[in-house]
Design a protein around this ligand. Structure first.
Ligand code: FES
Length: 560
């Protein structure tokens, strides 16, 4: 550490007008926690914990954080765990994304305000890791992330189950009357049975892999299952690495560079990752002044094959990915496509990390570049008169037979309208129609929920329909699948053109097929939705950026 800057508990003293008194007071109060003089003089390592009784994915954090403390102590640091907002994906209304920025502000301010030489970010459930990385990037404090790790799978009548692709699969069967109430009740007890994040390549695991590709996790730690002893060893190693960071003062802006962001996009495509990751990566990069272009995403998508066979696009689960070689296997396979000069949080360059190939890779799960799982990347951006700023399609999880078609739009004006009418027996809808959901974008007041995975109308589901084209300005869960166009921008809530559509994946287009005069008439009749009246939700609606800018607040971007 540079000698001339205050370190450890002497950092950022409280303003009493007497720095000596402020330090004296701080050390006196720290002593009340029973620390020895020697320990109080060590580098201070914050451990930002997203533990919460309202976050099942993080229920093992007490033990995991103990392992980090062990590593910090062993390396000569003072571990100081502190709570931040936690975002349990399924426990938040109207949606967890709305609170990601609030958590990022919490992490940023607490990392900056407290006397910390380095921080370990312990998160994992979908929005927590993005929020932590956004906050740490802005705080400019040396930081390293440690993720929760995925759940293990369970069994139901001989069949393997894992949250949450199988949640959706079974619920679709229940909606179409393929399984009865007693069965769905039993399945409910078997989908999520251990600590950890969702068991498939959903948003949490995607972001863990993306963070490792960015260089913000220790090598090989993204996919270790939550309950595996290796997860605790990763915690200890992360604690040690944080002490090294406190000495090296290596901060995120030297790790998360434009080249590292491009590496992360390659990895996102190669793992068939979640559409949500584009929003989160854009927001993280945006904190460091790095733009993420959807046009560039398309170029990368055409030259990056999907390498892993994992749900929701394939058949395997995260524990299989870990056993198959995990991120080390993926990065080695992508080596020729990556910028190997990028620094990682250990101070090592990617070239050094990848100097030796993995000892063994299960090629049924992590495929090679020459014989990939899909020849092109899993995600693609569409542009056109419906989405001038872009929209996202997870083509690896979509049915190509539904591409290159013109169809009639069955329009729902909001998520509430969707819930009220989708199963109405009188709803005029056929399997050839496109289901369109409006006013579910970031500025809609709904906070861009994961309602882009519109349920198929019950009467069509019961008739055996498995997929339809669905288009919205919403998001969808990383565990979902189907022919679903998301993040349509500009969104309906700011007057974006979301109505009858014509879709072409081949030409990367998504177009309105409506006469100009009719569109002009509709424009005159359009009114923006009412804003929430007060508080954080009011701030969110007023200051959130659109999907292609990562849904961050305008005043938190690096350039602001
Ligand atoms: Fe936490 Fe899926 S609910 S990762």
């Amino acid at each position: 550490m540079p000698e001339d800057l205050p370190q450890g508990l002497a950092r950022g003293l409280t303003h009493y007008g007497d720095a000596g008194f402020a330090l004296f007071l701080r050390r006196s109060f720290a002593r009340s926690m029973g620390y020895s003089t020697g320990l109080l003089g060590q580098p201070t390592i914050g451990i930002a914990s997203a533990a919460s009784d309202l976050n099942n994915c993080h229920r093992h954090f007490p033990e995991l954080i103990d392992s980090v403390k062990r590593g910090v102590l062993a390396a000569g640091g003072l571990p100081l765990a502190f709570p931040t907002i936690s975002l349990g994906e399924v426990f938040l209304h109207p949606t967890s994304l709305m609170y990601r920025n609030l958590m990022a502000m919490d992490v940023e301010e607490m990392c900056r305000a407290q006397p910390l030489d380095a921080v370990v970010l312990v998160g994992g459930c979908d929005k927590t890791l993005p929020a932590q990385l956004m906050g740490a990037a802005s705080a400019r404090v040396p930081a390293i992330a440690l993720v929760a790790g995925p759940m293990l799978t369970s069994r139901h009548e001989g069949e393997r189950l894992g949250a949450c692709t199988d949640c959706r699969r079974f619920w679709a069967k229940f909606r179409s009357s393929e399984v009865d109430r007693a069965t769905i009740d039993r399945v409910e007890t078997r989908l999520a049975t251990t600590a950890g994040t969702c068991a498939v390549m959903g948003t949490a695991s995607t972001m863990a892999c993306v963070a490792e590709a960015l260089g913000m996790l220790l090598p090989g730690t993204a996919a270790i299952p939550a309950v595996h002893a290796d997860r605790l060893r990763a915690g200890e190693a992360t604690g040690r690495a944080a002490v090294a960071l406190a000495h090296s003062r290596l901060t995120m802006e030297r790790i998360v560079t434009p080249a590292a962001v491009e590496n992360a996009l390659r990895v996102l495509l190669a793992i068939g990752g979640s559409t949500n990751a584009i929003i989160h990566l854009t927001a993280i990069a945006g904190r460091l002044g790095i733009p993420v272009s959807l046009t560039r995403l398309n170029e990368l998508s055409d030259t990056t094959p999907v390498l892993v066979d994992l749900k929701p696009t394939g058949v395997h689960y995260m524990e299989d990915f870990f056993a198959a070689g995990g991120m080390s296997a993926v990065l080695h396979e992508l080596k020729a496509l990556l910028d190997l000069d990028c620094l990682t949080v250990t101070g090592e360059r990617l070239s050094e990390r990848l100097a030796n190939p993995p000892e063994w890779v299960d090629r049924t799960i992590v495929r090679t570049l020459v014989a990939p799982f899909h020849p092109v990347g899993g995600l693609v951006a569409l542009f056109g008169s419906l989405a001038p700023n872009g929209a996202i399609l997870k083509r690896s999880a979509a049915d190509p037979q539904l591409f290159e078609r013109t169809g009639r739009a069955v329009v729902f004006a909001s998520p509430d309208d969707l819930a009220a009418r989708i199963d109405d027996p009188a709803l005029e809808v056929t399997p050839e129609d496109f289901l369109v959901l409006q006013n579910a974008g970031p500025k809609s007041g709904y906070g861009m929920p994961e309602s882009g995975y519109l349920p198929l109308p019950a009467k069509l589901a019961r008739a055996g329909v498995k997929d339809m084209v669905r288009i919205s300005d919403a998001r969808m869960s990383g565990t979902a699948y189907g022919t679903i166009v998301l993040h349509v921008s500009p969104e309906a809530a700011v007057g974006g053109p979301l109505a009858l559509v014509r879709l072409s994946v081949r030409e990367r287009r998504i177009d309105l097929d409506v006469y100009a005069a009719e569109l002009a008439l509709r424009k005159t009749r359009w009114h923006p939705p009412a804003l929430p009246s007060r508080g954080y939700q009011r701030l969110y609606a007023e200051r959130v950026l659109l999907a292609e800018e990562g849904c961050d607040f305008d005043f938190l971007r690096q350039s602001q």
